[in-house]
Design a protein around this ligand. Sequence first.
Ligand code: CDP
Length: 232
Amino acid sequence: MPSNRIITIDGPAGSGKSTVAHLLAERLGIDYLDSGAMYRAATLLALKRGIDPADGETLAPVLEEATLRFDWSKSPPPLCLDGEDVSTAIRTMEFSSQVSEVARQGVIREVLVRQQQRIASEHPHLVTEGRDQGSVVFPDALVHFYLHADPAVRARRRVDQLAGQGIEVQLEEITADIERRDRIDSTRTVGPLVRPEGAVDIDSSSMSIEEVVDVMAGEVESKLSSEEGTSC
Ligand code: CDP
């Protein structure tokens, strides 16, 4: 891989980003960063410390002081908050409904964007996924992807994914959560969900996970070989 080896995958909730990002990273033999987990952990921190999730001014310095680390010895790397593995706790519906409120605040995004860029300096071969990874955090990445799917397909997938983890949820509840987060994430003023300029657009509505990973790996390979062709 050349010096610029960040691959970003952005898109709305339930488009399959986490699964394909992890599989793509494995296929390429590089690390995987789940930036959404960091916003979820910030929300958990607020609730643990009794801070209103909408009060970013109070939460930001507490977040900066907290120890938020991925355990890079495992794949996918679990996220630890002050020494505790919070990977499962942050996936509950309680967090999904509040995390977009936390993530819409510029003071919080500043802290986490800085941490994501530091992670990339320590893990320079990275597939990273979220909402602003291509547009704000890593605009010079090797390849940007924008992964999306019909809202009904995304809701169904999320229900199945949670059922696989033993979490029973109603389709209507998930549909409402996805619609609400889509709306907040794409209309906020700082780091909104957008299709990054020049991104490869993938509609995964009728594609399997493997097909999406194949398309992405093909794009990365062709980008790498076109860069090899121009260097001397
Ligand atoms: O897995 P899912 O797509 O449902 O969500 P996630 O990636 O875990 O992200 C949860 C929430 O964090 C999103 O709805 C956004 O509000 C926020 N987020 C963000 O603002 N910026 C990112 N780079 C990643 C997530």
